[in-house]
Design a protein around this ligand. Structure first.
Ligand SMILES: [Fe+2]
Length: 427
């Protein structure tokens, strides 16, 4: 109906226009006619309430939000691209990494980054130094330099990734995960005793007003990250238990089994029988696939008792005990090295039964964290026991020993050494 009314009105307006417009030529006539027609049509539209036929202005496309990770977003390791994740492999490990070429494979252990947000202080907890608010200085500078200097094919993080008591809203967890993923290197984190302190199961126990960030979301955030190798399993205890196989030249050359040694608020810090059963099945399946016993690295957070036993047997009174004397292991034929700085812990697996299983099944190194001031590496019964160099400043007395621990794997053999961060000097 509106359309009919509009047409009639326009015709009338044309007749009216000719009656009062003065013309000086045919061109003028046409122009004046069109202008008048537009004006009248617009006026009639207004009267009749017709919608404008003009195209709506195009909405400007929003720029995608860039992830803010300070200056680190641009950093790509030179090794990026040498390693691919083989998702089609029949190898029964959770993740199969294929390393191209025949150069030695470099695996970097980082540990205990333990990020802290001093503004997120849980009820009952003491405040922490505002010094830790500077994440570049406390963590990222150290990690970046260590990664650039060692140029790893794979990064293993042996727990205490964040200090859960000071990250109830998960902001540090997300920030650090984005940072590691921006390096473009595959990386595999496990939890330490501090990471899952934001677990919802315990949240109510701690604080009824607890924010909604907890272990399940931490796991999900790891799992969605492009380069993060992480898997949680419902059937065994702990959140971070998974395996990695490394393939080079068409062969499985090494496997890595990562264990959750449990959080402060869960159970005793240990490896459970269910985890050991899973380990045996996993190793057997990988070995069957490879047609040989594949050498393994074991990744844990809390060291096992064998670390103490080994140090005491080899270094006597200087060794790893409940109050060790400060000392650095002199270099010797076994390649032992590292420092003990007044901190000890007796560790789990007191009867060494789990250590013996690892040894029998082909493990030739156990990589641990947790003891911030200690980074000893000791060869014991053919298995190298490695306490990784701490990768952040929190709770580290000797800041000349920050960085990581780098393994260089050639065939079935490997070497290991610490990399120490050196602070950049002003130009
Ligand atoms: Fe720890």
């Amino acid at each position: 109906m509106k359309k009919v009314n509009k047409t009639v009105a326009v015709l009338l307006s044309v007749l009216m226009t000719f009656s009062f417009v003065g013309c000086s030529g045919l061109g003028d006539v046409e122009t004046k006619f069109n202008e008048a027609l537009d004006a009248v049509e617009s006026w009639v539209d207004g009267l009749l309430g017709n919608e404008s036929e003009e195209e709506p202005p195009e909405e400007e496309e929003e720029e995608p939000e860039e992830k803010e990770i300070g200056k680190y977003l641009q950093t790509k390791a030179t090794s990026a691209g040498r390693v691919t994740l083989d998702k089609e492999s029949d190898c029964p490990a959770d993740f199969v990494l294929e390393v191209s070429g025949d150069e030695p494979i470099k695996i970097l252990q980082l540990t205990d980054t333990q990020m802290i947000d001093e503004t997120q202080v849980r009820k009952g907890n003491g405040a922490v130094s505002t010094r830790y608010a500077d994440h570049d200085n406390c963590i990222y500078d150290i990690v970046r330099q260590t990664v650039e200097a060692t140029d790893p094919d794979l990064i293993l993080i042996t727990g205490d990734y964040v200090y859960g008591d000071y990250d109830d809203n998960g902001s540090l967890f997300r920030e650090q995960t984005d940072f590691f993923d921006s390096l473009g290197i595959y990386w595999a984190p496990i939890y330490g005793n501090h990471d899952n302190d934001s677990d919802s199961e315990y949240a109510v126990w701690i604080d009824e007003d607890y924010p909604d960030w907890y272990a399940r979301k931490q796991c999900q955030y790891f799992e969605q990250a492009e380069y993060c190798l992480f898997r949680t399993r419902a059937q065994i205890s702990g959140y971070s238990n998974f395996s990695i196989a490394i393939e080079q030249g068409g062969e499985i050359v090494r496997s890595i089994v990562m264990f959750d040694t449990h959080g402060s608020l869960q159970t005793t810090q240990e490896i459970t029988p269910a985890q050991m059963s899973w380990y045996k099945d996993t190793v057997k399946a990988i070995n069957d696939y490879a047609g040989k016993t594949v050498k393994q690295f074991i990744g844990i957070h809390v060291p096992m008792h064998v670390f103490k036993v080994a140090l005491q047997e080899k270094y006597g009174e200087l060794g790893y005990n409940d109050s060790p004397t400060n000392f650095t292991i002199p270099e010797n034929a076994d390649g032992d090295c590292g420092a003990l700085i007044n901190q000890g812990m007796s560790g789990h697996d007191k009867d060494l039964s789990q250590f013996n299983v690892f040894k029998e099944k082909g493990a030739d190194a156990i990589l641990a964290g947790h003891i911030h001031k200690v980074n000893t590496i000791v060869l014991y019964q053919g298995v190298r026991l490695v306490m990784g160099t701490k990768s952040s400043r929190y709770d580290k007395y000797n800041e000349e020993q920050l960085g990581g621990t780098i393994f260089t794997v050639t065939g079935e053999e490997y070497t290991v050494e610490h990399y120490y961060y050196t602070e950049a000097t002003a130009e």
